[in-house]
Ligand binder design. Sequence first.
Ligand SMILES: C[S@@+](CC[C@H](N)C(=O)[O-])C[C@H]1O[C@@H](n2cnc3c(N)ncnc32)[C@H](O)[C@@H]1O
Length: 250
Amino acid sequence: MTQTDQKTTHFGFQEVPEAEKAGRVQGVFGSVASKYDVMNDAMSMGIHRIWKDAMMDWLAPRPNTRLLDVAGGTGDISFRYLKRAGQAHATVCDLTEPMLVAGRQRAEAAAMADSLDWVVGDAMKLPFADNTFDVYTISFGIRNVTRPQEALNEAYRVLRPGGRLMVLEFSQIPNDLMQKVYDLYSFNIIPKMGQVIANDRDSYQYLVESIRKFPDQDTFLNMVKQAGFANAKYRNLTMGIACLHSGWKV
Ligand SMILES: C[S@@+](CC[C@H](N)C(=O)[O-])C[C@H]1O[C@@H](n2cnc3c(N)ncnc32)[C@H](O)[C@@H]1O
């Protein structure tokens, strides 16, 4: 048995061997893929759209750029990026093929398939050469990655000098009372919605638990800096329920 096999990590509130986490995460997203977009709107009451638009506002996509959208799932971020940039190219990379399949169907329906590639791959070991992309995004993905620092290091590697990182992720609400109200909603309502809409309570129980296990804004900012990114900053969204982190490869 190697050292990696013996190490453990969290999968929601469960402690699991590190080597098992990616397979479990794939199980969750493979199971929810066909209902993923509907559930996103239901769980967040549509607010995820506002957060993703805020991400685009800060990112300010430019024409003729190459985006790598890691943990890109059904392509929400890439579609927004391409619409804002005009002429650009997006590569959606994700561990879970059924999420990409659902995304590709959306791209075909929106006549955007020519501007997109869909690649199965792991954020911790990206199948791309150094210095390839102008922009790297990861939206509601990095908290599912077994070793998030390795994903950030990979982001730095595949970005070209002058390239930009932007992470959208759930975060921690700095106000205790608001955090309690939010916990009541997320732990009591979201798994029930998962049961009713996607017939999958366990996957949505994992999703809310994984939010609690993710580092707070400042801890994650330090991880972004540790990967080598300069001018690293964050902006809270909706009181810190979600957060954007930005950094530059100089
Ligand atoms: C909550 S979805 C986010 C999808 C999309 N980015 C969005 O914002 O709607 C999380 C995605 O992360 C993917 N994922 C989890 N771990 C990953 C990893 N290590 N490498 C690549 N993708 C991963 C899952 O397969 C899933 O599609």
